[in-house]
Design a protein around this ligand. Structure first.
Ligand code: PMP
Length: 307
């Protein structure tokens, strides 16, 4: 019998899929790691379990403790799953603008969701989470924006999986950044374990990496208002800033052409990967990440205009 008995056995080792619906230059191949096929529906399941398991190991969490975390939703869902496995409580602080589906899923998994005003941004949600952590006894704040275990999650799982899936043949790695944990941990692992690899970070317009000012954007899950300390900017071999329109166009396209129902941060990563592919020399393998599914954004009109 091949049976899984723990939720954390259903996280990671997602499929690596080759995108073939685009005409690419000679011998250039494009691959996407399908993270939306994880148990909680996103790449952040890896983070939720890693942060909780590290905290348990370090004696910062025990059964009955309360996890408190600012999150756009996917990290919350990952943490809520870990909370179920390890018998913890969970409270998440989420700016109102984030999709109602993600907020409903966090609640469905037994977590409490506290909303903060959209216009005050993620920094306010972080502040509110810290206040709650001081008020509530036996609280633990994983603090994904400051916790070194955030990039370590991906250094220890996604990085090795990418090399393993492609027999070491990763030439370009492209990932969107919200906290920057996925990009930083994976890029660091790849640079340390592969002699030549280009690591490319993706942000939406309204994010600050290319010198822009923080501003509103509809691409959900990526975009930075500040650069967390664990983000190593030396790893930015290139930065792509992708408009909402480009991201949503690719998101709709990849559904119809490849049958991949992915969120808009996947669309942004895909657009960057296609721009990168245009000038890539023959023999280049480009790998990107599709972090979550479009199903959690249907109420936001993710496919508006193409239905
Ligand atoms: N895409 C989606 C849909 C996400 O929820 C996130 C995390 N906010 C990311 C990409 C970016 O991940 P990271 O925080 O590791 O940069």
């Amino acid at each position: 019998m091949r049976i899984k008995q723990k939720l954390n056995q259903l996280v990671g080792h997602t499929p690596m899929y080759e995108i073939t619906c685009y005409e690419l230059p000679e011998q250039v191949r494009l691959f996407a790691k399908l993270e939306f096929l994880s148990i909680g529906g996103s790449i952040k399941d890896r983070l939720g379990f890693y942060l909780v398991e590290q905290a348990i190991e370090e004696g910062k969490l025990q059964p009955g403790s309360t996890i408190i975390e600012p999150t756009a939703g996917n990290t919350g869902i990952g943490l809520a799953l870990a909370a179920i496995q390890y018998e913890l409580q969970a409270i998440f602080v989420t700016p109102e603008k984030f999709s109602v589906e993600k907020q409903t899923l966090m609640r469905a998994l037994g977590a409490k969701v506290v909303n903060t005003p959209t216009e005050l941004g993620m920094e306010h949600a972080i502040k509110k989470a810290k206040e709650l952590a001081e008020e509530i006894p036996d609280a633990f704040l994983p603090n994904q924006f400051h916790n070194e275990h955030n990039p370590n999650t991906y250094y220890n799982s996604l990085g090795p999986e990418l090399l393993d899936d492609l027999d070491g043949k990763v030439d370009v790695f492209i990932a969107g950044a919200g906290s920057g944990g996925t990009f930083t941990g994976t890029a660091r692992y790849l640079k340390e374990n592969k002699q030549q690899v280009k690591t490319v970070i993706v942000e939406p317009e309204g994010s600050i990496l290319n010198g822009g000012k923080p501003g509103p954007h509809k691409t959900e899950g990526i975009g930075m208002e500040f650069i967390p300390r664990f983000v190593d900017t030396d790893l930015f071999d290139e930065i792509y800033t992708i408009s909402d329109e480009q991201a949503f166009t690719r998101t709709a396209e990849i559904a119809k052409a490849e049958g991949l129902l992915v969120g808009s941060s996947s669309g942004a990563a895909l657009e960057a990967a296609l721009q990168e592919a245009k000038n890539a020399p023959p023999g280049t393998n480009i790998v990107t990440i599709f972090p979550d599914s479009s199903e959690r954004y249907l109420s936001t009109g993710i496919y508006k205009g193409v239905e």
